[in-house]
Ligand binder design. Structure first.
Ligand SMILES: [Zn+2]
Ligand SMILES: [Zn+2]
Length: 417
């Protein structure tokens, strides 16, 4: 068996790995690196691939998959919910970044026509490989995947979180005895504060902002984080108006049809019950003037209604912007967080509103990750990917200390097993 690292090497973005068995070649994710212009993984010819396994809908995992559907295409397997969410995110991606993309809507449609939807924790087959999808706790529909050809097996974590959240159950971490593990390392060097504390602090802060007559923007990814934020506020009895905008609303509709993927479907339904749904520019202009909390994509302030909200909310010091997810270097969200600067009408401006970060993560922190790896049986070779360089390198060292052969690969590296 041979594994080629095509992306996510010492960075968060363009996750892509090619697994070659005796006869079958399977691509594990084929995402993009989001920035000013999207960047792609190491090139692979569609004719050199028999199938694609997609772990979850985030564009850093799914964003470049339509490239394989310019002509006949290949098989693509993912959970049924991941397929629907991927459609949503790539449609939007084409709308926003179409100019930079070597594919169009037609290729996305070809892809979805060829795709096989697998049920939650289900199995499928691509050539010689049996593919098992294990719940990943990262976003709705996300899976950790295990591929087995009867001789050897590979476990690829995609992105995962082994802690329960309001919206999702924690990841399944009974990984058997894989020969190779490809693991994400996003937060492998840091522990998250206790989630309960973060939730308390978040809700108390938002109350304070609204009670002072301010508006709080919570830029959140449309898939998962936006809904989690609404659930946190509902669960804690937040007494003021909460609005939701953008593609998060479409995700809500999809989740209503796939409630088996949710930890507490009842809480989710109740959280939608009292949301102020924002669908027009008139409503946007109204809500930014009303003391409230606005949950809106995009999570890293790249496009989406959150750009409008940031411009409005940034002008006044009693307002707040709450960053609730990982910000990739080079994105407007990261610049805002590090420098307190945003672009207003194309010009960098100091933000007057308070910017605060809350550590709601969809990725496991350091101790959780080490605990999981300590329990793994056998002697797998481990590739640490999907993290900033220092995280990938440090985590590989930690795993070596646990007695595992591990390294943080570069793009283009190959591993023979
Ligand atoms: Zn992800
Ligand atoms: Zn990712």
């Amino acid at each position: 068996m041979e594994i080629s690292v095509l992306g996510a090497a010492k960075q968060v973005g363009r996750s892509a790995f090619l697994l070659k068995g005796d006869k079958t070649r399977v691509l594990l994710d084929f995402g993009v690196l989001l920035g000013r212009e999207p960047a792609f993984p190491v090139h692979v010819k569609p004719k050199d691939v028999d199938g694609i396994v997609l772990t979850h809908a985030h564009l850093d995992h799914s964003g470049a998959t339509p490239l394989f559907f310019l002509s006949n295409g290949v098989e693509l397997h993912a959970t049924d919910l991941t397929l629907e969410l991927t459609r949503l995110l790539i449609e939007d991606f084409i709308k926003i970044s179409g100019f930079y993309l070597p594919f169009e809507y037609l290729e996305l449609m070809n892809m979805l026509r060829r795709a096989t939807g697998v049920s939650l924790n289900g199995e499928s087959q691509i050539g010689e490989f049996k593919v098992k999808f294990l719940e990943a706790g990262h976003i709705p529909g996300a899976s950790i995947v295990r591929l087995d050809n009867g001789k050897q097996s590979v476990l690829y974590t995609g992105d995962f979180s082994a802690d329960d959240t309001n919206l999702l159950r924690s990841a399944l971490t009974d990984w058997d005895e894989p020969d190779v593990i490809i693991t994400e390392s996003t937060y492998a060097t840091a522990d998250h504060p206790a989630r309960e504390d973060v939730e308390e602090e978040f809700v108390a802060y938002l109350k304070e902002v609204v009670e002072q007559g301010g508006v709080a923007l919570v830029p959140a990814f449309s898939v998962g984080r936006a809904q989690e934020m609404a659930c946190v506020l509902k669960n804690k009895g937040f007494p003021y108006p909460v609005a939701m905008d953008g593609m998060a609303l479409k995700t809500n509709d999809l989740l209503m049809r796939h409630q088996e993927y949710l930890r507490d479907a009842d809480l989710f339904r109740r959280s939608l019950g009292n949301l102020d749904i924002i669908r027009s520019w008139g409503e946007r202009r109204r809500i930014v003037k009303q003391p409230s909390v606005i949950i809106s994509p995009a999570g890293m302030l790249v496009g989406g209604a959150s750009v409008f909200y940031t411009n409005e909310i940034a002008r006044t010091s009693k307002n707040a912007i709450c960053i609730v997810s990982f910000q990739v270097p080079g994105t407007p969200g990261r610049t805002l967080l590090e420098k307190g600067i945003t672009l207003i009408n194309g010009r960098p401006r100091k933000v007057k509103a308070e910017v605060r970060r809350f550590d709601f993560s969809g990725h496991s922190g350091r101790s959780t990750m080490l605990d999981i790896f300590k329990k793994i049986k056998g002697s797998p070779k481990v590739l640490t990917v999907h993290g900033e360089a220092e995280s990938c390198i440090k985590f590989a060292q930690d795993l070596k200390e646990l007695g595992m052969e591990s390294n943080a690969p570069d793009a283009g590296d190959k591993l023979e097993v």
